[in-house]
Design a protein around this ligand. Structure first.
Ligand SMILES: *Cc1c(COP(=O)(O)O)cnc(C)c1O
Length: 411
C-alpha cells in the first residue's frame, strides 16, 4: 500500500466541475484583477473569522510583510518570533527592515513560548515612556509575531497579557491554521487570525484552505491597519495614480478567489476530517508502538527542556483551550532520518518541518546566535517527523503508516 504525504487530487476531483464553472465565470466577466470574486471571498472570510476587515493579497508571505508595514514596523524596530517555523515568518521581518528576535518554543505545542518572551524582555530590555528597547542592539521592540504551527494556535491568552503589560502589537502568522480556534477572555472558539492586532493567512495549496496556486489574506479589526494595508497592496496608493508611500503589487488573483470562495464552506468538514485523522494516529500509534515495546509519551508530558526519553516516540497533545486543526501531523522519533527513509522505502511519504531552526540559518548569522542558544527548538528540529495527513487519507492508510513505523523502530 502506498500512502502519499499529501493528495490534493482527493479534494479537487469531486469539485472539478464546480471549480470549472467558477473559473469560467471569471473568464466570462474578464474581471481578472480585483474582480467580484475577490470582494465576495473577502466578505466570506470576514464572516468566517468574525473580523471587521479582510484583504486579499498575493500570498501568505506578502500578508506578513504588508501587515508589518501597516503597523509601521521597519528600520530600528525588532519583532519577537519563533525560530521553529517556515522561513517566510522571519523573512518578512527582515524584508521590512526590522530585526527578528528569536525566543525558544514550548515542547508541548511547538509554538513560541510566552515565558521565554517575557524572560527576554525582562532580562535584556529597558522600558521607558518611549517603549521597550533591546539593550544589546538599541532597537525598539515593537511586536510579537507568534506562528500557529501545524494548525495549532500559540498561547494567545498569554501573549495578550504580554501585549497589555508591555504595549506590543501582535501579528498572528496563521498561515497553517485557518479555522483553528482558542477560548480566550471568556470567549469560546475565537478564530485564528482574529485575536491579535492583525492575522495573516496563506492559501498555498497544502494549507487548511488551499487555492490552485498562491494566495493570501490579512484580517484585522483595526481600521487603521486595514486602510494602510489596502493602500500598500496596490503600490501605496489610496487614490489611483497618487502615491503617498512605497508599496507592493500584491493582489489576490480573481481566479484564486473564485476557487477559494467555493472551497471555504467545505473547510469545516475538512478540518473535522483532519482532527479525526490525528486522533486515530494518536490511538493506533500508541497501540502498535506499545505492542512493539517502544515507549510512547505525549508532548504535554515532556520536561521543560523538551528532552525526549531515550528510545521513545512523542505524540502531539492538544493543550487546554486550543483547538487543533492538524494542518500537518507530527511525531518525534528516535533515529529520525533513517526512520523517515525506511517509511519512504515502503511507499509512505514523510516531510521534515523543519530540519534547521531559523537562528542557525546562514542568512541569520548576523544575529550572532549559535548552537545551544535555543535548545528546545534545536532539539525538536533533530527528531520531528511529519506523517501523511490530508482530509481524505482514510483509516486503512493511517493504520498502515503506524504498522510501518512500529515495524521499523522494533528493528
Ligand atoms: C506557508 C507559510 C507562510 C507563507 O505563505 P506563502 O503563501 O507560501 O507565501 C508563512 N508562514 C508559515 C508558517 C507558513 O506555513
Amino acid at each position: 500500500m502506498k500512502v502519499p504525504f499529501i493528495d490534493l487530487k482527493a479534494s479537487y476531483n469531486p469539485l472539478h466541475e464546480e471549480i470549472m464553472k467558477e473559473m469560467n465565470g471569471v473568464f466570462e466577466r474578464c474581471d481578472f484583477v480585483l474582480g467580484g470574486a475577490v470582494r465576495d471571498f473577502e466578505a466570506a472570510v470576514r464572516e468566517y473569522c468574525g473580523v471587521k476587515y479582510a484583504l486579499g493579497v498575493a500570498n501568505g508571505t506578502d500578508a506578513l510583510v504588508i501587515a508589518l508595514r501597516a503597523l509601521n514596523i521597519g528600520k530600528g524596530d525588532e519583532v519577537i518570533t519563533t525560530p521553529f517555523t517556515f522561513f517566510a515568518t522571519a523573512e518578512s521581518i527582515y524584508e521590512v527592515g526590522a530585526r527578528p528576535v528569536f525566543c525558544d518554543i514550548s515542547p508541548e505545542s511547538y509554538n513560541l513560548d510566552p515565558k521565554g518572551v517575557e524572560q527576554f524582555i525582562e532580562a535584556y530590555c529597558d522600558q521607558n515612556e518611549k517603549g521597550i528597547f533591546n539593550r544589546a542592539t538599541g532597537g525598539r521592540v515593537r511586536a510579537i509575531l507568534p506562528v500557529h504551527l501545524y494548525g495549532l494556535m500559540a498561547d494567545m491568552q498569554a501573549f495578550r497579557h504580554l501585549q497589555e503589560k508591555y504595549g506590543l502589537d501582535i501579528i498572528e502568522d496563521a498561515a497553517q491554521a485557518m479555522g483553528a480556534t482558542v477560548d480566550i477572555d471568556g470567549k469560546e472558539f475565537a478564530q485564528a487570525g482574529s485575536v491579535g492586532d492583525v492575522g495573516c493567512f496563506s492559501f498555498y495549496p497544502s494549507k487548511n484552505l488551499g487555492g490552485s496556486g498562491d494566495g493570501g489574506m490579512i484580517v484585522t479589526n483595526r481600521e487603521d491597519i486595514f486602510e494602510k494595508a489596502k493602500a500598500l497592496h496596490v503600490h501605496g496608493s489610496r487614490q489611483r495614480y497618487y502615491h503617498s508611500e512605497f508599496g507592493y503589487n500584491s493582489r489576490l488573483d480573481t481566479i484564486q478567489a473564485a476557487v477559494l470562495k467555493l472551497k471555504l464552506p467545505l473547510m469545516p468538514k475538512w478540518l473535522e476530517m483532519r482532527v479525526a485523522n490525528a486522533q486515530l494516529y494518536n490511538k493506533v500509534l500508541r497501540e502498535k508502538l506499545t505492542a512493539a515495546k517502544i515507549p510512547v509519551v505525549m508532548s504535554a508530558e515532556l520536561p521543560e527542556d523538551g528532552a525526549r526519553p531515550e528510545g521513545a516516540v512523542v505524540l502531539p497533545s492538544e493543550p487546554r483551550c486550543l483547538h487543533h486543526t492538524y494542518n500537518s501531523y507530527e511525531i518525534r522519533v528516535p533515529d529520525r532520518d533513517n526512520a523517515s527513509k525506511a517509511l519512504n522505502e515502503q511507499g509512505v511519504g514523510t516531510m521534515i518541518y523543519y530540519p534547521l531552526p531559523l537562528h542557525l540559518q546562514d542568512v541569520f548569522e548576523y544575529l550572532k546566535l549559535g548552537e545551544g542558544d535555543l535548545p528546545v527548538a534545536e532539539r525538536i528540529c533533530g527528531d520531528i517527523l511529519a506523517l501523511p495527513q490530508y482530509p481524505e487519507i482514510g483509516a486503512d492508510a493511517i493504520e498502515h503508516v503506524a504498522d510501518c513505523l512500529a515495524g521499523y523502530l522494533k528493528g
